[in-house]
Design a protein around this ligand. Structure first.
Ligand code: NAD
Length: 281
């Protein structure tokens, strides 16, 4: 069996550290506002988990619901109200949005100091420039888990499959900061299995259950499975776990691997935004 990289324990620690910092600092609690447009069942579940996690950490969560047929202008108006609200430190807009609302316009409207999903162009720029900012939660969780588990990154060759703004691209920037040599692969990449097999670290963020099979891996490799797909057999990752388990050195299981870290780092980002707003170091 490969080593299992389970994010649950680290996520629990991050969450209790956030709760402790909130208690210790006292005063006005941190506030996180979530904008939810429509009633996508998966989004409802994610938002409910985020709210519950906030409550446990002493963060006030505010849900701003808009109808499925809400206009882009009405979403932008909610964003600007929340930008101006001093009790709100973090703002995120749950994705996916209905097709007529541009996720990049919404991201660019959020005050970069409250942008806890790290999607505002200023934060994206800071990440690539190696400067401070608020950065996307899932890739932050992945890098923290790899560090926690002692996976060597300096000089390692990393292949990331998937180039989304929320996972693939920011993870590429973060692994570059850790001195990995990064290849960002996607749906147009030629001979993906051969490219993947050369990696020391293979990250799958595709959203296709069981996409990464035995032809993608080699002995000694660490595999991070970001994918979460709801199938008839339950939650499935992008990696065909049973088919690669005998070969790879270490792997994140689904569920229980990367998943729990996303919300933990959302709380951590909210704490950071709150501390900056109150000038607490
Ligand atoms: P996305 O749909 O925005 O991006 C998918 C990427 O996969 C694209 O860049 C595309 O180029 C690439 N791709 C698609 N088909 C491909 C193919 N045949 N070959 C190579 N590349 C291909 O997805 P996303 O938002 O980055 O999410 C990816 C997966 O990760 C989803 O299953 C999502 O649910 C999951 N996810 C999990 C967490 C978590 O907390 N664990 C957080 C975010 C996303």
């Amino acid at each position: 069996m490969p080593k299992l990289l389970k994010g649950r324990e680290l996520a629990g620690r991050v969450r209790s550290d956030v709760a402790e910092s909130v208690l210790r600092a006292g005063g006005r609690p941190p506030g996180l506002a979530v904008i939810l447009v429509g009633q996508d069942p998966a989004s409802e579940t994610y938002v409910a988990s985020k709210q519950k996690a906030c409550e446990k950490a002493g963060i006030v969560s505010v849900l701003r619901r808009l109808d499925t047929d809400a206009s882009e202008g009405s979403v932008l108006r909610v964003v600007s109200e929340l930008n101006a609200d001093d009790s709100i430190d973090g703002i995120l807009c749950q994705l996916p949005l209905p097709p007529r609302i541009s996720p990049s316009k919404v991201a660019a409207a959020i005050d970069p100091d409250k942008d806890v999903d790290g999607l505002h162009p200023v934060n994206v720029g800071c990440l690539w420039r190696g400067e401070q900012g608020l950065f996307p939660c899932t890739p932050r969780g992945i890098v923290a888990l790899l560090a926690e588990e002692g996976v060597p990154l300096d000089g390692a060759s990393a292949v990331i499959i998937g180039r989304s703004n929320i996972v693939g691209k920011p993870l590429a920037a973060m692994l570059l900061r850790e001195n990995c040599t990064v290849t960002l692969a996607h749906s147009h990449t030629r001979d993906l299995p051969a490219l993947s097999r050369k990696a020391d670290l293979l990250v799958a963020a595709v959203g296709r259950p069981g996409f990464v099979g035995p032809s993608f891996v080699r002995p000694g490799m660490t595999v991070v499975d970001v994918g979460i797909s709801r199938t008839e057999e339950g939650l499935r990752g992008d990696v065909d776990f049973d088919a690669v388990a005998d070969t790879v050195e270490a792997i994140t299981p689904v569920p229980g691997g990367v998943g729990p870290l996303t919300i933990a780092f959302l709380l951590a980002n909210t704490l950071t935004a709150w501390k900056r707003a109150r000038q607490i170091s």
